[in-house]
Design a protein around this ligand. Structure first.
Ligand code: WTA
Length: 655
């Protein structure tokens, strides 16, 4: 999907270039290569020869209270990594870094308002103390190892403290993105049966205060939540229930700052994170302690080339997997400084993100193509005054990046100097599994790169045959998979089997992504082959939107499709069959409200069409493919299987 090609620009100062072009491909310069952790291809050969041994070697990068007995155990579709080993992720992030790094900054927090002076910075020691205090407080609230704790917090330091405190005492955190609705929160709390929820009074979004406590109060109705811990952030009025609600600071202020880290088995549950699957109901993706910790440590080290002096800014909210792994855990495991920004990267001015990079001397910046396309839309003029002196590496994630956006990112954000790691992964994989390593390359715009060493991928056709040449197929992962791949869907083993291990049998993990390889083996991701759509990098399913719309009493049924969008990558379009008893504009407004209430503002459709019927086959299957073609104006092709071809013209007339 080539939009326009930017003229090539040379680095501002060629002697500082960290990337160079050779033919169609880009490579790190000698200067970058020299300092990188991984700077030659030997690692691929070593990993390919004996992947399990290779991961065992990497596992030594973290601290184990007790060494594992068996590195990899496979009972398809289940598997284990480092079984018998004992460790704690929080201990690895904090205690193990303190001897050398106690006064080093672990976390920089940048508030949304530029005039707010409460610029909060935590050293490793301070973060350790905060985490321990909360860990002790949670224990007093009755939280035990294995209990689930809901976290519904905005991008404030307490989200980091809360996640680490849970992990410290072996509680399984379930972070719910703060922009999700109370209904979305409720569904997740019901599924996990969490007894404690950590939330905030409110937060700022584009200058407005959002009353998060109100959502939390609504969300915990009909759940097992008995105690609510509330961070005071925005100072807005909240309803308070004595005995159930506790201010975060009241609970922690007198607690001891020492709390021994629970000894966790490698395969004990670490956290649950809900994501959209192929049906309306979100799935609780289960990650476990050992494999996730190892993979999180080494993917950050090798892919972002984390070194002592790095200041890393991953723009993802901790409510998503990218925020779990790369805003929080990976930088801390690697003992570097991570930056957490409360607001939107283009508020109050479009160059807010650039100001933050400059102000905090960010060295590595990681964001989604949607953000890059948005920055691009604002124009490069506003970036001229920024030098980004310290920036040395860029990353992108969450959706395919086209060549034009890649080149813009390279030229304008990276000033024509920095390598770009285009990282492919999923909530399920726990960490990055495909990308070019920055000290080796090559980088090819719009291609993510090679599988991470020690992970075997293939691209298969419908019949399970490996695709050769540049043929498109389904991206799959082969045994021994990766240590951080999900271990299950919470309370739903059938769905686990059906979603990931049924297309090609129980030995092959199906990613649900379409992809192909170029002649150098670099992988290009085409996009999802199921009904997941990535709207601004956020993962939602058409099924989940349809369920929300269908629950409106004036709607009989609906079909949602994803269509390409210049900024957001994809956007949902709704076709809803309505009962003819309502003003259409009013009904559309009600549907928008319904979606906001059931899911949240991220899922809002670009367009809603109220229709009499949907194109269906004789067996009653809705033909979404045809709806997509009607929308894009493509040739509709053979319509002979349709039971109601007359509806096509009627829908066309609405466009
Ligand atoms: C897509 C986000 C192209 C893909 C970490 C995957 C990508 C889904 C890339 C998972 C990339 C992620 N290029 N597509 N670099 N990274 N995707 O669970 O379709 O929110 O299956 O995890 O995002 O989305 P999720």
């Amino acid at each position: 999907m080539l939009k326009k090609v930017y003229p090539e620009r040379n680095s501002d100062d060629p002697s500082r270039a960290l990337l160079e072009k050779r033919g169609d491909l880009y490579y790190p310069t000698k200067e970058f290569q020299k300092k990188a952790w991984i700077n030659n291809g030997k690692i691929y050969k070593e990993a390919e020869k004996a992947p399990i041994k290779f991961w065992e070697k990497l596992a030594k990068e973290i601290y184990w209270q007790k060494k594992w007995k068996k590195a990899f155990l496979h009972k398809p579709p289940y598997f284990e990594w480092f079984s018998g080993g004992k460790l704690n992720l929080s201990e690895n992030c904090l205690d193990k870094n303190i001897p050398k790094l106690k006064d080093k900054i672990a976390l920089i927090w940048e508030p949304e308002s530029e005039t707010e002076t409460a610029n909060r910075i935590f050293t490793y020691k301070e973060l350790f103390q905060e985490v321990n205090k909360l860990a002790n407080a949670l224990k007093k609230l009755g939280v035990k190892k294995g209990d689930r704790v809901g976290i519904y917090l905005p991008m404030i330091p307490e989200i980091v403290v809360s996640m680490l405190a849970c992990v410290r005492i072996g509680a399984v955190h379930t972070v719910v993105f703060s922009a999700f609705s109370s209904q979305s929160l409720k569904v997740r709390l019901q599924d996990t049966e969490a007894k404690v929820l950590i939330t905030a009074d409110g937060y700022y979004r584009r200058g407005q205060i959002i009353n998060l406590k109100q959502n939390a109060d609504d969300g915990i109705n009909e759940t097992k939540v008995e105690k609510v811990v509330v961070v005071k952030r925005a100072g807005n009025e909240v309803l308070w229930r004595e005995g159930r609600d506790f201010w975060f600071n009241d609970l922690t202020k007198d607690e001891s700052d020492k709390c021994e880290a629970e000894s966790m088995d490698s395969e004990d549950p670490l956290f649950l994170l809900y994501t959209s699957g192929s049906t309306g109901k979100p799935k609780g993706i289960l990650h476990t302690c050992g494999g996730y910790t190892v993979q999180t440590k080494v993917t950050g080290k090798f892919i972002f080339d984390f070194h002592n002096q790095d200041i890393f800014w991953c723009t993802s909210d901790p409510g998503w997997i990218t925020g779990h792994t790369y805003t929080i855990y990976s930088p801390l495991l690697n003992g570097i400084t991570t930056l957490l920004f409360e607001g939107a990267p283009d508020w109050p001015t479009p160059d807010r993100w650039a100001k933050i990079i400059e102000k905090h001397k960010v060295t590595i910046f990681y964001t989604a193509p949607t953000a890059i396309r948005m920055f691009e839309k604002y124009g490069a003029e506003i970036l001229k005054k920024y030098k980004f002196e310290k920036l040395r590496l860029l990353g992108t994630v969450g959706e395919p990046i086209d060549e034009a956006a890649w080149l813009w990112y390279f030229n304008e954000a990276g000033k024509g100097r920095c390598p770009i790691v285009d990282t492919w992964w999923q909530t399920e994989t726990g960490g990055i599994l495909i990308t070019s390593l920055p000290g080796i390359g090559p980088f090819r715009p719009a291609f993510t790169g090679l599988p991470f060493p020690g992970v075997r991928f293939d691209i298969l056709d419908e019949k399970g045959k490996s695709c050769s040449g540049e043929k498109e197929g389904n991206l799959v992962i082969l045994p021994p998979f990766s240590p951080g791949l999900l271990r299950g869907i919470y309370k739903n083993p059938e769905k686990y089997l059906e979603t990931y291990w049924s297309q090609y049998g129980k030995n092959v993990y199906f990613t649900s992504d379409g992809a192909y390889k170029d002649k150098d083996g670099l992988i290009r991701i085409i996009g999802r082959v199921d009904d997941v759509i990535k709207v601004a990098g956020h993962r939602i399913t058409t099924g989940e939107l349809e369920a929300a719309i269908n629950s409106h009493f004036s709607i009989d049924e609906s079909a949602v499709i994803g269509i390409p969008d210049k900024i957001k990558g994809e956007a949902p379009i709704v076709f809803a069959v309505y009962k003819n008893d309502k003003n259409k504009e009013e009904l559309k407004k009600e549907l928008i409200d319904k979606i906001k209430k059931e899911i949240g503002p991220i899922a809002l459709p670009k367009e809603i069409y109220l229709v009499e019927d949907l194109p269906k086959t004789r067996s009653g299957k809705i033909m979404r493919r045809i709806l997509r073609k009607i929308f894009t104006g493509e040739e509709l092709g053979d319509l002979s299987t349709l039971a109601n071809p007359e509806i096509i013209e009627k829908i066309k007339n609405l466009m």
